[in-house]
Each structure stands twice: as structure tokens, then as C-alpha cells.
Design a protein around this ligand. Structure first.
Ligand code: ADP
Ligand code: MG
Length: 385
């Protein structure tokens, strides 16, 4: 039996906590937005959760999902489908996920996206059910697949059914919404829930709640929680990072045979854990995102510089694409990928100011060491050759 951990699973990113300090109001807000649909007063609605990394967006959505599923009335009435676009990557995969739940017998291949979509809607309508689709990390969906958004937000035009599809999108910034074409902009209902970054004290409350669930009583002194929050301040009080510090600090304390996790164990964990995301997230990057990160690592590793300009980076990226025989993405797409990588904290962006051969954006690598990325991405990149 561990002297430190009561239930280590409660510290894993996919765990949805019972208590969500400082997000109760946002949860109620979300519930109110969907209430008319749940109470049959409206057939569908759309909502957005927007905020930077580690502010509890995914947690809020999954907490909401669980809340609905725990209620028999809602469970019987609504199909709830949670998807993550960084994992699914293509509109077709989102729709396959939808049909896998609404029509489990439907073969996953052999139909167009629209056919599968309509079939799913018809199946739900036949059962007198509504659908709520949650699309997490949907930034690139808005940038790349606007027609798809138009299709799923305008059900009544393509199918005979009334619109029974509610959508909850999760985004890192509002920017994709500002650049929508007028048709899509006109159909989406803009119920927006913005999650701001946590403060020091808010993060302390979140950590204390998690400590209670995950650790043996008395194994975490308050100072240790303070150290976690303090170190996380460098990363905008990213809750994900703070909880990872607790987890790894706990493991280090255990390794040393200590019966408590001390502030120094958290500091040691800081040295080990890359900020706010894990190597796991690297796996979910698209091939072009991986190629861009790989190019950046190479440039930084061999130049000893802190930053590279976007121009240099794009050139290197194109050269590597040529070398391995992949068509590079267009300049506009390249920019979109740069934005995505920076929202997730893999890279940083800053304006060069005047003087750096004119104005340009500089790209830095605050997440991993360049050597580490070059190794693991390089292996993957050249395997494709
Ligand atoms: P995001 O999706 O915004 O990047 P997450 O929802 O994944 O962030 O949250 C990161 C981690 O922090 C998760 O483990 C989540 O459970 C936890 N977390 C974030 N906010 C809270 C909160 N208010 N209360 C409890 N846990 C939280
Ligand atoms: Mg998330």
C-alpha cells in the first residue's frame, strides 16, 4: 500500500473530478444554454467554450457530459458524443464516431460523409432522440473545414428531419469565429463561455480539492501545494501542469521512501516534467505539425539561437518535405499550423520588433529540448521516407 497515493488515477489528465472549484458558475451557464433543448422547448442549440491551455475546458465539457449521463431522463433522450479534433483529425472521423453511437451496425466505410451524417440524424429522430456533439480542440476544424461546419450547423437544409443536432465546440481562441464566412456565421448560435486563466489562489483551491481525492491524508502539507502553484505561475497557472507536478512530486517522494511530499519533491518534479503537456500530446500532432517542430528543433539545435524567424522556419520545413517526398502545405496553412502549435504551448511566437531584417515573427521552443524533439520526431519523419 502506498503511503502517499490513495488513488493515483485521480491525477491523470482524463479523470473528471467530482468537484470543480472556480468553474461552478461556468458549468451552470453551460447547463442553462442547453436547458431549453433538454426540456424539449427547443430542438437544438450551439455553444462554445473558449480559453487557453489548462483552464479546464475539456474538464468542463466532460463534467457536463457526465452530469447529463447520470440523469436517466437525459440519458434516454440525448445521444452525447464527445470527440477531440486533435485526435480525430478529419471530418469523416467525427461523423464515423457519430454513427458508431447512433447506428452501431453501420459499417464504417463505403458511405460518403453526408450519407453517414444523414443516416445518423434519421436514426436519432426515429428513436425520438436528440444529439449533442462535443468537438474538443476544434480550432483547426474552423480554419480548415468550414464547409463541414456549415453542414453540421444547418441540418434542416440537407435532411428531411428538423435540426436535432446540438453542438458544443471547444476552442483556444475566438479568432476562428471572427473569420467565418457569412453563411456559417449566420447559422451558428453564439453562446460563448470564456474561461479565463486561473489566479494563484484559484489554483490552490483546485489543487487542494485534488489532493483530497488522490493522496493519503496528511501526505501533502500545504506548503507543497503552494510550491506547485508557484512553479505553475510561469505557465499562466496552467492547472494541467500543476496537477502533473503533484503526480510526479508524489512519485519522487515515494521513490525516496518519504511519507510526505515535500516542496523540494515538487521542485525536483519540475526539473523532470515538460510544462503543461506531455510527450503523449506529441503523438497527436499532424504530420505537418511534426515536420514543422522537427525543422524548428534542427534549426535551433545547430544555431544555438533562442529564436528563428518564420521565414527561415518555413524554408527549412519545405526542404525537409522535399527530402522525404511530401508536398509542403501552403503558406497560409503553414501559418495556421504555427498558430495551433503555439496555442498548445509547443512553440512560442513573438514579434521581432524593428531591426530584425524588417519586422517578422520569431519562433521559440519553450516546451522540450531541441535535442529531444529532433530525436523522437526525426525517427518518425524518416520512417516515412
Ligand atoms: P484545457 O482543456 O483547458 O486545456 P483541462 O480541462 O484538460 O484543460 O484541465 C487540465 C487539468 O486541470 C485537468 O486534469 C483538469 O481536471 C484540471 N482542472 C482544470 N480546472 C479545474 C478545476 N476548476 N477544478 C478541478 N480540476 C481542474
Ligand atoms: Mg483540453
Amino acid at each position: 500500500m502506498s503511503k502517499i497515493f490513495k488513488d493515483i488515477n485521480k491525477l491523470l489528465p482524463k479523470y473528471v473530478p467530482e468537484r470543480i472549484p472556480h468553474r461552478e458558475a461556468e458549468f451552470n451557464n453551460l447547463l442553462n444554454i442547453f436547458k431549453p433543448v433538454l426540456d424539449d422547448l427547443e430542438s437544438y442549440t450551439h455553444a462554445f467554450i473558449i480559453g487557453s491551455s489548462g483552464v479546464g475546458k475539456t474538464m468542463l465539457a466532460r463534467y457536463f457530459e457526465r452530469h447529463l449521463l447520470r440523469d436517466k431522463k437525459y440519458r434516454e433522450k440525448v445521444y452525447i458524443i464527445y470527440t477531440n479534433y486533435r485526435v480525430e483529425k478529419k471530418p469523416g472521423n467525427l461523423i464515423r464516431k457519430l454513427t458508431s453511437i447512433t447506428i452501431p451496425s453501420m459499417p464504417p466505410r463505403g458511405f460518403s460523409i453526408e450519407e453517414m451524417f444523414i443516416a445518423a440524424l434519421n436514426a436519432a429522430e426515429k428513436e425520438d432522440k436528440r444529439i449533442l456533439m462535443i468537438i474538443d480542440d476544434s480550432d483547426s476544424l474552423f480554419r480548415r473545414d468550414k464547409e463541414f461546419i456549415y453542414m453540421i450547423s444547418r441540418v434542416d437544409e440537407i435532411s428531411q428531419t428538423q435540426n436535432i443536432l446540438s453542438l458544443l465546440f471547444i476552442l483556444h481562441s475566438e479568432e476562428p469565429l471572427l473569420n467565418l464566412d457569412p453563411w456559417t456565421a449566420g447559422t451558428l448560435k453564439r453562446n460563448i463561455i470564456r474561461l479565463s486563466e486561473y489566479t494563484y489562489n484559484e489554483l490552490i483551491d483546485i489543487l487542494l480539492a485534488r489532493v483530497e481525492e488522490a493522496f493519503v491524508e496528511g501526505s501533502i502539507p500545504f506548503e507543497t501545494v503552494e510550491t506547485c502553484a508557484d512553479i505553475s505561475s510561469t505557465y499562466n497557472f496552467n492547472a494541467r501542469y500543476a496537477i502533473e507536478l503533484l503526480l510526479n512530486g508524489g512519485k519522487i517522494a515515494e521513490y525516496y521512501g518519504s511519507s510526505e511530499v515535500k516542496p523540494e519533491h515538487i521542485r525536483l518534479a519540475r526539473d523532470k516534467v515538460p510544462p503543461s503537456f506531455s510527450v503523449e500530446d506529441l503523438r497527436h500532432l499532424s504530420i505537418h505539425e511534426k515536420l514543422i517542430l522537427y525543422s524548428l528543433s534542427k534549426l535551433l539545435l545547430y544555431s544555438n539561437k533562442a529564436f528563428v524567424s518564420t521565414g527561415e522556419l518555413e524554408e527549412e520545413y519545405q526542404a525537409i518535405c522535399n527530402e522525404i517526398g511530401i508536398t509542403p502545405i501552403s503558406h497560409t496553412w503553414f501559418w495556421n499550423e504555427i498558430k495551433t502549435l503555439s496555442y498548445f504551448g509547443f512553440i512560442s511566437r513573438r514579434d521581432s520588433g524593428k531591426g530584425y531584417r524588417g519586422r517578422t515573427t520569431l519562433i521559440g521552443l519553450p516546451s522540450f529540448s531541441a535535442k529531444f524533439l529532433e530525436d523522437i520526431l526525426g525517427r518518425e519523419v524518416y520512417r516515412r521516407k
